[in-house]
Design a protein around this ligand. Structure first.
Ligand SMILES: [Zn+2]
Length: 452
């Protein structure tokens, strides 16, 4: 007797492909995938739907902790778009504004609807120690900071993230020291937001390849689209492939949009940015604060940079064809890089995965469905060492998403970034529903997955 039967569903598994079957779930696990009848206490009638492994978002940004309460805002957006495991702490930023170890504890106390894996942000620790953004650390300064990073790694952070564009002072040498530290802990990654985008993005990519080659630490290149989709994508992927072929342990993710989002005060918008990005003030849309919904003018841009540098903006500057090229590359994962604060920010936070399946698979046919599913499930599971996740097969965790392939689409946009998607009918985390008939039901069935 199973706890749950998913009846008459079409499975989309990254290894076995598409086929019709029943899925039997017991004790948080997929126990049976069978054409036979399965006895169960509860049944989800799923004919007409596709069952894929729950999406694993290898690049998202967790919500901020305020007054010792972990906001679940981002986890809800994740669950609604089919994500059952979210990986935060990216880009060097602990957007939770806590150490990774402290955040893990808080999530475990409060309970979470989906699974969480976390990097610790190097930029965050550097900031905690009071270091300036533009000055490289000396080795003694690095040694003084190292215990913060070590503590997070000992408590199960999956690795360390870098945001080189945000903290330009981090020297290549400093990164190598960090890589050597991370290498002491088994199965950890470095994820890195490149140092330069657009015209200097190839040089930035080369630096990351060297970091991995010199230290032996597996490296995840973050949101490669917003680094290279300015005329450099083909060359970037040639470098990427050559490094892989030479045995360097690198991988990358991309979000399915041609506009990026960040804080207006970031170094991305330092002098010369508009020439570099082939853009102008009105390529930037303000998505929060008093100018929300306005395109930038020179006056708004200068005012926000000096008085409200944390304001989130969206920059419409990337080349769509090059985003497609990255999405199609067999080794590149699909991730959201999502972050919404009080429902404001970039629509990818509530739409990335449904958009990849609706726009790029069903409508534009750039990718095959199973191929796309693999980029959101098995590829990130492998990268993170999650051996029980990423497939619809017996003995895997019962993290599943059931969607209507004819309907699935993102409905969030730059004006309304928090609108939930269409076509995601059921989402299960460890066999329990967090989304039921397209309604978010939440719960605390998620786990903080600690590495090591
Ligand atoms: Zn980033």
């Amino acid at each position: 007797m199973m706890d749950l039967l998913i009846k008459g569903v079409e499975i989309a598994d990254p290894i076995n492909g598409r086929f019709y079957c029943n899925i039997g779930i017991k004790d948080h696990k997929i126990k049976m995938v069978s054409e036979q009848n399965i006895e169960a206490e509860k049944i989800i009638e799923a004919s007409g739907l596709i069952a894929a492994p729950g999406f694993i978002d290898i690049h998202m940004h967790e919500s901020e902790v305020t007054e010792e309460t972990a906001s679940l805002e981002m986890f809800e957006h994740m669950a609604r778009m089919g994500v059952t495991t979210a990986v935060g702490g990216n880009c060097g930023l602990n957007t939770c504004k806590k150490s990774a170890a402290g955040y893990f504890n808080l999530l475990e106390q409060s309970g979470i609807p989906i699974n969480y894996v976390g990097f610790t942000g190097y930029g965050y620790s550097r900031e905690q120690q009071g270091h300036e953004l533009n000055r490289p650390l000396t080795y003694p300064e690095f040694e003084e900071l190292a215990p913060l990073i070590r503590n997070d790694l000992e408590k199960g952070a999956c690795g360390v993230s870098l945001g080189l564009e945000y903290v330009p002072g981090i020297s290549t040498e400093e990164m190598i020291w960090l890589g050597q530290l991370v290498k002491e802990y088994p199965d950890r990654l470095i994820s890195a937001h490149y140092r330069y985008d657009s015209d200097r993005s190839l040089e930035a990519l080369a630096e990351l390849i060297i970091l991995s080659r010199e230290t032996g630490v597996p490296l995840q290149i973050s949101h490669i689209g917003s680094c290279n989709a300015f005329g450099q994508m083909d060359s970037a992927l040639e470098m990427f492939d050559a490094a892989l072929k030479a045995g360097v342990d690198i991988s990358a993710d991309v979000y399915p949009y041609n506009a990026f989002s960040t804080m207006i005060g970031s170094a991305v918008f330092d002098e010369g940015c508009f020439e570099r990005l082939r853009a102008s003030y009105d390529s930037l849309l303000v998505t929060e604060g008093k100018y929300r919904g306005h395109k930038c003018t020179e006056d708004i841009f200068l005012e926000l940079r000096s008085q409200a540098p944390d304001t989130l903006i969206v920059a419409f500057v990337m080349d769509e064809d090059e985003i497609v090229t990255a999405l199609k590359h067999p080794e590149i994962m699909i991730a959201s890089d999502g972050f919404l604060r009080s429902g404001q920010g970039h629509p990818r936070a509530s739409g990335a995965f449904p958009r990849a399946l609706g726009k790029y698979v069903r409508e534009e046919k750039h990718l095959d469905l199973v191929e796309a599913v693999k980029k959101m499930t098995l590829l990130p599971a492998h990268r993170l060492g999650l051996t029980q996740k990423g497939r619809v097969a017996a003995d895997y965790d019962a993290d599943l998403v059931l969607f209507d392939f004819n309907k699935i689409s993102d409905r969030s946009n730059y004006e309304k970034p928090a609108v939930p998607p269409e076509g995601i009918e059921h989402v299960l985390v460890g066999g329990k529903q967090v989304v039921c008939n397209s309604k978010y039901t939440g719960g605390d069935n998620g786990t903080v997955i600690r590495t090591g």
